[in-house]
Design a protein around this ligand. Structure first.
Ligand SMILES: [Zn+2]
Length: 262
């Protein structure tokens, strides 16, 4: 979101005016230039382009149960459904079309570095004290891009839990860091695709259950070995660089979540 001093001044000015004048000021259309990314056209099914791809990253967490939104730059039925769920979640008119109201909400949610309001690159790069985005199997740029999508999914998960804060205890890990913490040899953490999450306000099972609807194809939580104090969520289905197949893998037996079957 772009915090604009002029706009702030205009709002302060509006507050000092009587009712009719306030309505006039607030209703004035504002040409928006966002610090991260600005969409220049309304997007509907059948459209394609980088603007669609940018949108897909931001609605990746609204994929629906067991599903994912492919980041392919094509506005298909899954993208439309995800946009619709995003709109429903934020109280917008839910038509599955990305237009001014949807963009306004996205501008409000995104920071100038394109991360969503409640997560930051620093938070996702906290493995072993923060090592930048290099040292994994992918380029630093690709890893960072994956971490961005991870954060937008986390933002959706946070929203699904009723706007309750989530804490990321481990995000991206370089190979050295992954070895140090004893992570799996081909861990999604190496790709910027994973986050270990805790919460002070939601139970781990609430987090794990909700994550099933937020585009996470990998979920491990209570009852799965070494996952009783956090929930691991990842995007393994989108990962074509790892050695595992692009399938869903869930296990949190204490939460009634079986091995990819629920
Ligand atoms: Zn993990």
């Amino acid at each position: 979101m772009r915090v604009n001093t002029l706009k702030r001044a205009a709002i302060a000015f509006a507050l000092a005016l009587p009712g009719a004048a306030i309505a006039a000021v607030v209703a004035a259309p504002a040409a928006h230039a966002d610090g991260c990314y600005t969409w220049n056209r309304t997007l509907t099914q059948g459209r394609s382009g980088d603007d669609v791809r940018q949108l897909q990253i931001r609605v990746a967490g609204w994929a629906g149960n067991r599903d994912i939104v492919e980041n392919d730059g094509r506005y298909g039925p899954k993208t439309a459904a995800a946009v619709k769920r995003f709109q429903q979640a934020y109280g917008l008119r839910a038509d599955g079309i990305a237009g001014p109201q949807t963009y306004a909400k996205l501008y409000q949610l995104q920071d100038n570095d394109c991360t969503p309001a409640h997560f930051s690159y620093g938070e996702l790069d906290n493995g072993c004290g923060g090592s930048g985005w290099s040292g994994g199997p992918l380029s630093a740029a690709q890893t960072k891009q994956n971490a961005l999508r991870t954060m937008w999914k986390l933002e959706a998960l946070r929203k699904s839990l009723g706007d309750k804060p989530l804490n990321v205890s481990s995000g991206f890990r370089s190979r050295a860091c992954n070895n140090q913490v004893g992570g799996a040899s081909d861990s999604q953490h190496l790709y910027g695709n994973a986050a270990d999450v805790t919460s002070r306000t939601s139970s781990l099972c609430q987090v794990a259950r909700a994550a099933r609807n937020n585009g996470f194809s990998g979920i491990y939580g209570p009852g799965y070995p070494d996952h009783d104090d956090h929930v691991h969520v990842d995007s393994r289905r989108e990962n074509n660089s790892d050695s595992s197949s692009n399938t869903t893998s869930w296990s949190a037996p204490d939460c009634g979540i079986g091995a990819g079957n629920d």
